[in-house]
Design a protein around this ligand. Structure first.
Ligand SMILES: [Zn+2]
Length: 452
């Protein structure tokens, strides 16, 4: 049993003052209660570990709903592409053609370390580089290398395994699998990790241009069978609308609805170019959204109608997608700032708590995992925020500073200046910006060797 005492604990919905969080030996939360009550029920001397965290806020770790780890290698070119297709043809595919297992591991190690230091405790890694350089299957070796990187740094991972059976460009030979193989490999990967609580596998037909109608339907059925959500890139670029119209005579959302696969397991990645009918279909189906505003800005995708989702109770989680930054707090403030710029207004998503839900609670929803909240039965994945940090002044001075501190965390404070520790399943994986499981210089050495 582990006990964490903190001035405040944010359970994902509200703050508890002078509170204790109790974890079992597996790192699952068993109780959140006052320190006075904890002294009676879980006395310090009975705890295997006792952490007196002092003037701190303990809050759920951020849940990164959508990432492509290897794209961290494109960071040096962020300013170069002329438009989306130029980015794909001149930067993404040439990189993809040369990637090997060591580079996939080392790039994941780099960006996953960066995520942890920024307070991300779970990543939804949307992974599609399934094949070797000659186009033959890696038999999940690539996916497993990325999962290993997450385990080596101590980050929880949902490997969202892509199903991809379309496309004839040279770069796409690294992704493409026939329908039967895509499904069999996804199930095989699922079975490898089914007893590993820190790793989850779920299917993801890549998109309407990457996956056939048959594969999308089969992917949704596989999710039902495995009892997981399923993800799909949808309506990211404006050109996705005429593409769906020409091929299927429907909007992208209508395709899913028509094929009977739009339901509460469905997670739409992006969902930017939707009309009113589309949005209503998504809401009625109980589907969710994984939104990536910084990548959408960088790629010139457009601005999603987040206020509509928010006002209609559709869960929106946030992702770092192309990983230009690995900071979910930045994604949250960008979400609001884009709406302010679009609507020439302020407070479009009116509460700091609503934005905070996108950081953690809704992330747990779109990944189908007991994470993103600090409640009994959930994983003990949390951040220790230093309320004495200058970067939280003046918010932290108030008598009950919940709303001011949340505002300042989202809009002002650099994560590195306020996150003192990061815990995953009750294990400290970051302390004062340093990763506990890796030696200093290890990430750089791995990457240098892999890229040599
Ligand atoms: Zn993506």
């Amino acid at each position: 049993m582990k006990r964490f005492d903190s001035k405040y604990i944010d359970d994902g919905h509200t703050w508890h003052a002078d509170a204790s969080l109790i974890l079992d030996d597996e790192g699952l939360i068993t109780a959140l209660l006052s320190q006075t009550q904890a002294d009676i029920e879980y006395p310090r001397e009975n705890c295997q570990e006792y952490h007196a965290l002092g003037n701190s806020l303990l809050m759920p770790g951020c849940i990164n709903a959508h990432s492509h780890a290897f794209q961290v290698l494109l960071r040096p070119t962020t300013g170069q592409p002329l438009h989306f297709q130029d980015w794909v043809d001149r930067f993404l595919y040439p990189l993809v053609l040369t990637l090997n297992e060591e580079q996939l591991y080392a790039s994941a190690l780099l960006v996953f370390s960066d995520m942890l230091r920024h307070g991300i405790t779970t990543v939804g890694e949307f992974f599609y580089v399934h094949n070797l350089e000659d186009g033959s299957s890696s038999h999940n070796r690539h996916a497993r290398a990325v999962i290993q990187a997450a385990r080596d740094v101590g980050l929880r991972i949902a490997l969202i395994r892509t199903l991809y059976d379309l496309g004839h460009k040279e770069g796409q030979k690294r992704f493409r699998e026939p329908l039967d193989q895509a499904l069999a490999q996804t199930e095989a990967l699922y079975n490898i990790y089914r007893q590993t609580p820190e790793v989850t596998i779920m299917p993801a037909p890549h998109s309407l241009h990457g996956a056939s109608k048959e594969l999308i339907i089969a992917g949704a059925e596989l999710a039902q069978q495995l009892n997981t959500p399923w993800h799909i890139h949808l309506a990211e670029q404006q050109s996705d609308i005429p593409f769906a119209q020409e091929r299927y005579g429907l909007s992208p959302v209508q395709c899913l609805a028509e094929w009977g696969v739009l339901n509460s397991r469905t997670v739409l990645v992006h969902a930017i170019w939707l009309n009113e009918t589309d949005k209503q279909l998504v809401k009625d189906a109980g589907a969710s959204i994984a939104y990536n505003p910084i990548t959408n800005m960088a790629l010139g995708d457009g601005i999603a109608d987040i206020p509509w989702w928010h006002n209609h109770g559709v869960p929106v989680a946030l992702g770092t997608d192309a990983n230009i930054q690995a900071d979910l707090f930045a994604e949250a403030r960008t979400t609001e700032y884009l709406q302010r710029s679009r609507k020439l207004a302020m407070g479009v998503i009116p509460e700091a708590r609503s934005l905070a839900h996108m950081l953690n609670v809704h992330g747990g929803t779109v990944l189908g995992l007991p994470v993103g909240q600090l409640e009994p039965g959930y994983h003990g994945d949390f951040l220790v925020i230093d309320l004495s940090a200058e970067a939280l002044l003046p918010a932290s001075l108030g008598p009950y500073p919940e709303v001011p501190v949340l505002n300042q965390l989202i809009f002002s404070a650099p994560p590195a200046q306020v996150i003192r520790q990061v815990f995953v399943d009750g294990e400290e994986v970051v302390q004062n910006g340093q990763l506990s499981r890796l030696n200093p210089g290890q990430v750089a050495a791995e990457l240098e060797r892999a890229l040599a």
